[in-house]
Design a protein around this ligand. Structure first.
Ligand code: ZN
Length: 147
């Protein structure tokens, strides 16, 4: 199971390679995605907290990337963080999510991206529940739930 040291290591030295990659131009993504999903995933936007019913959804299923449909999180790792964004303790596989140091907005954060297509998902924080201690704070618009 991943921990915060792994996240920092991946952010500094690169994430394990994904099983496949999906590469499209910004114009191609814009044609494929709704304006809201495009803004979050391709322009690194952040949706308003508590803006999605996905926050309160805990039924079993798989959460996939809204852009390329790669499986990212399992409902077994989802928890109520109280932040207003869907929160997970770990990715479905160690190479599903990519990590990147994000020093924007005067903060030192670790950005979480889809490792397959580069979609911005959200950020990872070291204040999640045991045993991983991780909190993946993810925009609901970046996810698609399938059961
Ligand atoms: Zn993706």
């Amino acid at each position: 199971m991943m921990n915060w040291k792994d996240v920092l290591n991946f952010a500094d030295n690169g994430t394990p390679l994904p099983d496949k990659t999906v590469v499209k131009s910004e114009a191609e993504w814009q044609a494929l995605l709704s304006p809201e999903v495009f803004h979050i995933t391709r322009l690194k936007g952040t949706e308003r907290p508590h803006s999605s019913e996905l926050c309160n959804l805990f039924s079993s299923g798989i959460y996939s990337c809204a852009c390329c449909q790669t499986e990212l999180f399992d409902s077994s790792g989802k928890f109520e963080s109280g932040t207003g964004w869907p929160s997970f303790t770990e990715p479905i596989k160690s190479n599903a999510v990519a990590y990147s140091a994000d020093n924007s907005h005067g903060m030192r954060r670790v950005e979480a991206l889809c490792n397959t297509c580069g979609a911005h998902l959200g950020h990872v924080f070291p204040d999640g529940p045991a045993p991983s201690g991780l909190r993946f704070c993810i925009n609901a618009l970046a996810l698609r739930k399938t059961s």
